[in-house]
Write a protein of this length. Structure first.
Length: 122
């Protein structure tokens, strides 16, 4: 997956390939091709819950309650302080079938568009 931003007014984006994977062990690799630090947090989506509508709770971030994992370690696995520009972070997760929203939860980044849906199904 690719984490991007651009200096100026262009929106921040989180894109991934593929967007559907089978349940079980899933390895994700997040490359930051932007100019700011980013991260990827994996949050379940309830049935019918739309993408991008999580409430901003504090500090311009959304709640990470229910998170099933994250890639936020600069050039490493799992949780850390963020993935630096030009670097990569990764994580190996066990995902049950369902829909997930992968987001960057740095202040303001979710609202700026850093989210994407991952479907986990056979
Ligand atoms: Cu970000």
């Amino acid at each position: 997956m690719d984490l991007t931003d651009a200096a100026g007014a262009a929106p921040m984006r989180l894109t991934m390939k593929p967007t559907k994977v089978p349940p079980g062990t899933v390895s994700l690799r997040a490359s930051n091709t932007g100019t700011l630090a980013h991260e990827v947090v994996v949050l379940p989506l309830a049935a019918g819950q739309p993408l991008g509508k999580r409430p901003i709770v504090s500090d311009s971030r959304v709640s990470e309650t229910g998170s099933v994992g994250e890639a936020s370690h600069n050039c490493g696995a799992g949780e850390g302080g963020g993935i630096a520009p030009g670097s990569t972070g990764w994580a190996t997760l066990t995902l049950q079938p369902g829909r997930y929203e992968l987001i960057c939860n740095f202040p303001g980044h979710y609202a700026a568009g850093m989210r994407a849906e991952l479907d986990v199904s056979r």
